[in-house]
Write a protein that binds this ligand. Structure first.
Ligand code: SF4
Length: 385
């Protein structure tokens, strides 16, 4: 799977890096000074690298734990995100990562211990208040777990932090390590879900909807707290039947009252990412529908977005309580469109993690606008996957 390992000299003796390196005895190993020297090169082919990505082992410097944008939460007041990895083993055609990074290679920051120190000190700034920490914005939280063993470490850590809560966002069925251990009460495993045909068509390499629901069921049966992220919601002529079927399949398999949180989000994409994605995938059907630019984001025209979200919200609230529900935007208060794309123009879809502006990989892409920059002007209430 991984034929080339780039290893920062700063991290190569770290035990976590050594454990990962040992999993690839036949890989070519190249020592580097900083991961950005490889990851940020301008003349890279994202699509080609995505076919056979290299793994870059690096040390995360600078700010490892960042506040989420105002209003971003699933019930808590203090909300932060962190990214132990950049890029994803899956290849969703709407994913903002392909518009954000020039490289399709994976970066794993092996100094998990430094992330955990920062999480602890952030939580202890206000020990009397719960703090939420979100994982899985620049990657999938579980997909590379057999190699990184990230969840073993992070869950051990959160077991020692009663005032901190963790969300692991994922589409992966790599849950064996979770099922082997006692559930961690202050952790939520949140799955991004799309209708079966949408997943099959656009979520390349990701587990099928059926497998994700099975994983949710297994986790819930084992006592884990789970969350559902219906995000991004995609438009099609038959979206009502597709999303009704999705909700039926999902809620028939789960104990709805025991679900921690459900979020719902339109797809939006920062405009520069949207443009880059069109260049990458000019033939994509997802990138060929009418769209609007709303402030710095591209998304469906407001009337379509409102219809989509309104329908899904109504259907969801037949199945869950309001206190479980966290929409990513206020459905009654849409963003004012400022520019209409012609019907021949392309559109881009994004997991709402992009909308959230929850990513600040400033040392990975110094010339890029951060999602935080792009999204702070957005009236999004609640982003997700
Ligand atoms: S949308 Fe999520 S699962 Fe899909 S490629 Fe992006 S990060 Fe991975």
């Amino acid at each position: 799977m991984i034929s080339t390992l780039y290893i920062e000299r700063d991290i190569e003796s770290h035990p976590r890096a050594q454990a990962i390196i040992a999993r690839f005895p036949k890989s070519r190993r190249i020592s580097i000074d900083r991961y950005g020297d490889v990851f940020n090169q301008t003349a890279q082919d994202f699509r080609q690298q995505k076919q056979q990505p290299a793994l870059i082992l690096a040390k995360k410097h600078g700010r490892r734990v960042l506040p989420t944008p105002p209003g971003y939460h699933i019930g808590g007041e203090r909300n932060f995100y962190f990214s132990h990895m950049l890029n994803c083993v899956y290849d969703c055609r709407y994913c903002f990562l392909q518009g954000m990074y020039r490289s399709g290679n994976y970066v794993v920051f092996a100094n998990f211990d430094d992330f955990f120190d920062d999480i602890k000190s952030t939580a202890n700034e206000k020990p009397e208040e719960p703090s939420w920490f979100f994982s899985g914005y620049d990657c999938d939280s579980l997909a590379l777990n057999p190699i990184t063993e990230f969840t073993d470490d992070v869950l051990d850590h959160f077991n020692t932090l009663p005032n901190a809560y963790l969300e692991l966002r994922t589409k992966s069925t790599q849950i064996r390590s979770l099922l082997k251990r006692e559930p961690v009460p202050n952790a939520v495993v949140a799955y991004s879900l799309s209708p079966e045909s949408v997943a099959a068509k656009h979520e390349h390499k990701a587990p099928t909807l059926k497998k994700r629901i099975q994983a949710l069921q297994d986790l819930q049966n084992a006592g884990w707290s789970v969350g559902l992220r219906f995000d991004p919601i995609l438009f099609s002529d038959n979206y009502q039947s597709l999303y009704t079927e999705l909700f039926e399949q999902t809620f028939n398999a789960l104990d709805a009252d025991a679900i921690h949180s459900v979020s719902l989000g339109p797809f939006r994409l920062p405009k520069p990412f949207y443009k880059r994605m069109i260049r990458l995938y000019p033939d994509s059907s997802l990138l060929a529908q009418p769209m609007q630019t709303k402030t710095a984001m591209v998304s469906y025209p407001s009337n379509i977005e409102q219809d989509l979200l309104g329908f899904c919200e109504t259907e969801l609230l037949k199945r869950i309580n309001k206190n479980q529900y966290f929409p990513c935007v206020s459905i009654s208060n849409p963003v004012n469109p400022v520019e209409e794309h012609k019907s021949t123009s392309k559109l881009a879809l994004t997991p709402v993690s992009a909308l959230a502006g929850t990513v600040d990989n400033s040392d990975a892409r110094k010339q890029e606008p951060t999602l935080h920059d792009l999204a702070l002007g957005q009236p999004s209430r609640e982003p997700s996957t």
